[in-house]
Every structure is written in C-alpha cells, then in structure tokens.
Ligand binder design. Sequence first.
Ligand SMILES: CC(C)(COP(=O)(O)OP(=O)(O)OC[C@H]1O[C@@H](n2cnc3c(N)ncnc32)[C@H](O)[C@@H]1O)[C@@H](O)C(=O)NCCC(=O)NCCS
Ligand SMILES: Nc1ncnc2c1ncn2[C@@H]1O[C@H](COP(=O)(O)OP(=O)(O)OP(=O)(O)O)[C@@H](O)[C@H]1O
Length: 198
Amino acid sequence: MHVFGLTGGIASGKSTVSRMLRELGARVLDADVIAREVVEPGTPGLQRISERFPGVLGPDGRLDRVKLATHIFADPAERAALNAIVHPQVRAAFLTKLQALEAEGITHAVYDVPLLIETGLHTAMEGVAVVWVPRDVQKARLMARDGLDAQAAEARLSAQLSLDDKRAHATWVIDNSGAPESTRPQVEAVWRAMLAHD
Ligand SMILES: CC(C)(COP(=O)(O)OP(=O)(O)OC[C@H]1O[C@@H](n2cnc3c(N)ncnc32)[C@H](O)[C@@H]1O)[C@@H](O)C(=O)NCCC(=O)NCCS
Ligand SMILES: Nc1ncnc2c1ncn2[C@@H]1O[C@H](COP(=O)(O)OP(=O)(O)OP(=O)(O)O)[C@@H](O)[C@H]1O
C-alpha cells in the first residue's frame, strides 16, 4: 500500500483538495473525521475527555466541541493534554481503516491530517502534499467560515505550524490562494504523481 499525506493549515483548503482527490478516484482517510468517531458517546475516548475536562459534555451526552475548542485553543498545556488522549486513538483507528482498504485491493491511499507535520507523522508517508495559502488569506477564510473574530482566529492559527514552515516538508505544494479552478489542475498533477509510485 502506498500512503501519502495531505496537510495544510486550518482553513487552507484541505477539505476542498480532498474532495477534488476523491472526485479523481482517490481513497482519502480524514483524521478530523476519525477524531470525531473516537469521541462518540460510549467510547473510551469520550470517557477520558470528560474526566480530564469536566463540564465539556452537553446535556445530550455528546462532546460540546465549541466549549472544548475555546478551552484548548487558549492554552497549549490543555491542548497537549487533549492531544495525548485523542491522537493515539486516531492513530489506531487509522491503521484499522488502512487495513480495510488494503483488503479491498486498494494500492494508493491519501491520509488527510491537519497536524501531519506537527506530530511527525509525515516521515511515515511516501510523499506529502501541502495545501498552501498566504497567511492573510488563511486568516480571512477562517474568520468567514467559522464566524470568528480576529483574536480567536489568531489563537487557532498560532496552535499550528505556519504554512510557510509546512511547505518546507512538502513533496508537492498545492497553492490554493486563487480560485478553485486554479487549484484543480494542481491536484490532478499530484494524484498522477502519487499513482506513479508502484
Ligand atoms: C478541539 C475540538 C473539539 C474542536 O472541534 P471542532 O469541531 O471545532 O473542529 P474540528 O475538529 O473540525 O477541527 C478543525 C480544525 O482545527 C484544527 N485543530 C483541531 N485540533 C487541533 C489541535 N489539537 N491542535 C491544533 N489544531 C487543531 C485543525 O486544523 C482542524 O482541521 C477538536 O478539534 C478536537 O477534538 N481536537 C483534538 C484532536 C485533534 O488533534 N484533531 C486534529 C486531527 S487528529
Ligand atoms: N480556492 C478557494 N477560493 C475561495 N475560497 C476557498 C478556496 N478554497 C477553500 N475556500 C474556502 O475557505 C474555507 C476553508 O476551506 P476548507 O474548509 O477546504 O479548509 P480546510 O483546510 O479543510 O480547513 P480545516 O482544516 O479547518 O477543516 C472554506 O470556507 C472554503 O469554502
């Protein structure tokens, strides 16, 4: 199995690129989706979070994501505590999903992980695509999409390595600062390059 990393920063356009890859036939595993699955009600992940972060369960017993996000993006130590609970669970679930793809006969897969480089996982990938935009574009798209003010947007941006730092680790840089129509051909070229690995 050839596994490639896809990363970027918050609101840089990873989901947009991931959708384009899927349209081209790529099988994409999404760490954000897995990170939600491992904290569903009844999971050991949610149990541990509710013990470590009292008051973050809503009345329906589900994680209050807005509350937890506000808390952890304001404090690096608290963020590290959450990561220490969630990341090992995400890693294990990813490996299980990868095995399922392998059993289906899939030969090339993409793993979409916002923190690919921060966690060092990029070194385990055969290649890494980084979705890059200038920081001002990233911040503006983040504020618009999530309805955040400038300060809240800055807190989230500074919880991650900058896109300029990430691109130094890229096998392929996808510049998503223009219109989606200028991103698509770049994504096609990257997928072709991934498929060329055999
Ligand atoms: C804090 C939580 C509850 C906020 O949930 P919310 O629904 O608002 O956001 P969502 O999960 O869709 O994440 C949005 C983006 O935030 C950024 N982000 C999320 N968690 C982190 C983190 N621990 N450190 C830095 N950036 C993060 C990523 O760019 C991600 O794509 C949630 O993100 C979470 O449980 N994070 C910890 C797990 C994690 O690290 N996930 C990232 C991929 S493994
Ligand atoms: N090329 C583009 N031109 C204009 N807007 C874009 C472009 N690409 C993405 N966007 C918009 O920017 C926002 C962020 O894009 P997207 O959700 O794909 O980012 P992401 O990297 O997956 O974010 P996150 O990691 O936070 O989930 C969205 O509102 C999206 O519609």
